[in-house]
Design a protein around this ligand. Structure first.
Ligand code: FES
Ligand SMILES: [Fe+2]
Length: 394
């Protein structure tokens, strides 16, 4: 009997009941990446839709980060009418109930003498931020939020020096991809396909470095050892945090190919060095937050990718490019900065759509994963199945 791991049965990708269970057990009951701290100055808010749930994430005027269900306490209307904004209060568009940024009802017209606003509020949602990344857990209230400290510690040590809290988003690309969300994560978890599909990415990146990739490449091993010695000497964390104990996150700083200081087409910086990084020689910090985040943080820019599942065969993707808040960039600079990841992302969506079309067809059977280069796909599926089992046992 082979001990190879296989992709999941077709229903895991195409059955609406499985999709509904995924939203519940993997997204709503787990920390899900929502956005960036730098989008949320005092009074700023954005919303994130996760299946039937929609959360408003907002920074109160005193700096407190909060999240609320986007559901009016009167008759249940959505309160927001835009994706994002800046507000002193939220006014429901239906009958104009007014909520403070803390979610508490401030006023409600024509409700009679018996009614009091005391204790009436938008239902609170668990929210956390660390190293400039914001997560929500829509099924939890702030008091019952799942454990976050392990992730927060790793993020602070590895991503903290990139200063994403003080960053600015210079490009925000939206895609609607015709594939199940797990197809996108599986694709992200291996670089088996990189050489054949990602010419721009492969200019600056070694194929090695994906969690569980056991290919030997003496040039990569030497570059990694030398880079880690340089980084450690300048105070950067160089340990590999790779889904510790089967958990949901990864932070690993990896070297870029010789001649490349950042992930641009020519390897040159486009923007100033970010945060408190000591100098541009920081390689590329790879970040994964299952189920819906991956990011690369370079010296001069960071790219974050956020998945939000729409239905079994549809996933919305938001790719953001962040630079130092004071960076002066024109449109040409932004295009140069985003060139590698725009090309790479769009190549990936095409791969995922072609894969999902096959997975959804009569001809699909679960296929074997390579133990040489796809162990991280297997780990993701193990993590997913554990959450799914826990959910169905609950
Ligand atoms: S539903 Fe919001 S004010 Fe009536
Ligand atoms: Fe890819």
């Amino acid at each position: 009997m082979s001990d190879l791991h296989y992709t999941l049965p077709q229903a895991a990708y195409t059955d609406p009941d499985v999709f509904a269970a995924d939203l519940e057990h993997v997204f709503a009951r787990h920390w899900t990446f929502a956005g960036h701290s730098c989008e949320l100055g005092p009074g700023d808010w954005f919303r994130i839709a996760l299946g039937r749930d929609q959360a408003i994430v907002v920074r109160d005027l005193d700096g407190t980060l909060r999240a609320h269900h986007d559901v009016c306490a009167h008759r249940g209307s959505r309160v927001t009418t835009a994706e994002r904004g800046t507000a002193k209060a939220f006014v429901c568009p239906y009958h104009q109930w007014v909520y403070g940024l803390d979610g508490c009802l401030r006023s409600a017209r024509l409700m009679g003498d018996q009614f009091t606003t005391a204790g009436v509020r938008l239902a609170p949602v668990a929210v956390r931020e660390t190293a400039g990344l914001v997560f929500v857990c829509p099924a939890a209230t702030p008091d019952e939020a799942p454990e976050f400290d392990g992730f927060a510690d790793a993020a602070a040590r590895h991503l903290g020096p990139h200063g994403l809290e003080q960053a600015r988003i210079v490009a925000r690309d939206h895609y609607r991809v015709a594939a199940n969300w797990k197809t996108l994560v599986e694709n992200n978890r291996e670089c088996y396909h990189c050489r054949g599909s990602h010419p721009e990415f492969s200019l600056s990146n070694f194929e090695q470095g994906t969690h569980g990739d056991v290919r030997l490449n003496p040039r990569y091993d030497a570059a990694l050892a030398e880079a880690r010695a340089r980084w450690a000497a300048r105070g950067l964390a160089t340990d590999e945090v790779s889904f510790p104990g089967g958990s949901w996150y990864r932070f690993t700083r990896l070297p870029l190919r010789e001649g490349f200081t950042t992930e641009t087409l020519d390897g040159g910086l486009v923007a100033p060095v970010m945060g408190t990084l000591p100098d541009p020689d920081v390689g590329s910090l790879r970040v994964v937050g299952l189920p819906n985040l991956w990011a690369h943080a370079n010296a001069d820019y960071a790219m974050t990718t956020r998945l939000t599942p729409v239905d079994t065969g549809t996933t919305d993707v938001e790719v953001c490019f962040l630079v130092d808040v004071d960076a002066q960039l024109d449109d040409g600079d932004v295009d140069a900065l985003a060139a590698v990841w725009r090309a790479t992302s769009e190549q990936d969506w095409a791969l995922c759509e072609a894969t999902y079309a096959g997975v959804a067809s009569r001809g699909y059977r679960p296929g074997p994963l390579s133990p040489v280069v796809e162990a991280s796909v297997a780990s993701f599926l193990d993590w997913y199945e554990l959450l799914s089992r826990r959910g169905s046992a609950a």
